[in-house]
Design a protein around this ligand. Sequence first.
Ligand SMILES: Cc1ncc(COP(=O)(O)O)c(C=O)c1O
Length: 474
Amino acid sequence: MDPQEFREAGHRIVDHLADYLEQVEERPLFANVEPRVLRELFDEPLPQEPSSIHSVLLELNEKLLPYCTQVNHPGYFGLITPSPTPVGILGDFIASALNQNLGAYSIGPSAVAMERRTVRWLTDLAGYGPDAGGNLTSGGMMANFVGLKLARDWASGDRAQHEGVRGPWAAYTSEERHVSVDKAADAVGIGREGLRVLPTDEHFEIRLESLEAALTEDRQKGIRPMAIIAMGGSTNTGAVDPLPKLRKIADREKLWLHVDAAYGGGMLLSQKHPGVLEGLKLADSVVMDPHKWFYAPLDAGAILVKDAARLTRSFGIQPAYLTDPLDKESERYNYYVHSFEQSRRFRSLKVWMGFKRYGAREMGRWIDANVDQALRLYERASAHPDFEPAVKPRMSAVCLRYHPAGLGEDRLARLHAQVARRIEQGGRFWISTTLLKGKTWFRVNPVNFRTRPEHLDELFVLLARECSAVLKSS
Ligand SMILES: Cc1ncc(COP(=O)(O)O)c(C=O)c1O
């Protein structure tokens, strides 16, 4: 591909994407197509001969674009994949062109500096001081894994990196934790059975008396408590555990306090709702995902640590072939030494560009608008005789359910699933269903800067209509 072909194709792609973003609301949000049809569309052997970029792009037009889930659509209220900012899209394009490998300073000096500054902006938002550090990860799943590894290594006096976990250990979290915490418990060697999954109260926050009871029981059995994993915005309802109180318990019990604010971290930009994440700065480590409620394109998660030296203690191995004897550690920061990954994509570019182009204040207005939209839906549901909201949303995730008299839980679970599917087929909205305390709910999560209040009104009218239609048809 010569530079002229690259230039022409690039212009064409940008024009195409600009049209796509401008018209996104006019397209069906979700493609009603059988997975088999998609499999068959891509069913061909490895191409042996070249094709023109023109024909490759035509194929994308035919096979890929019509069947994408339109997360840019203002009616996408699904699984915390926000609308990416246009400047973030351009940032990723530039990152691929430059292909800086942030694993090692020598493969991206300015990119390393930019990533460190971006991490600093995030640690400042978290309320951490100058000793804090962190790195960008593929997402919250990876960042929670790193958080638990940091906890394990700290709790073992830096033996577990070498010896593994010896004897039974336990970590404490709530029933509203994300599944990544269970995977992390497995990956760091305490096992999923080492995770104490504790009940929540009516606000879906961890019950402290259950935590105290579990700690006492484990100590009596000779099981070693290691960490508390608190929610800083749960996936279902945006619940925030009582962080200052958890800090006190962690100090008394000598536990690491990790907070999963992968979704909720965006609330730190809110101007209308300050203090929702009160006590976040007391955590030893925090997960906060720019690719969630900071509207960056995938992928960009972040693990943030109050004491950056813990990263080095936990991950530091420096093989000879990667060591430059002339380096002074303070001048040449090698991410591979202080993190799990070696080759690392230049994730911070799109995050940095997003903060620069829009500013934290403008992004905060998007956050506040999303929270207002969730509250609007909550109020609609509260006022309707056949609907019930789970809890008043503190963030933008709202759960509501349809419960006309006389229907059992199994029937209601089927009804909610059928309605969510019908809404998907309608192509205007996408919502999910979830389980909270054994009951099925619709989960609606505005995380999109294109969404307007009227979209929530339209969704609620549609929900009410579809619920009664499904009820009548059964
Ligand atoms: C609270 C929370 N933690 C962690 C994750 C996992 O993040 P990711 O999908 O970026 O790996 C999610 C995903 O939605 C989440 O809501």
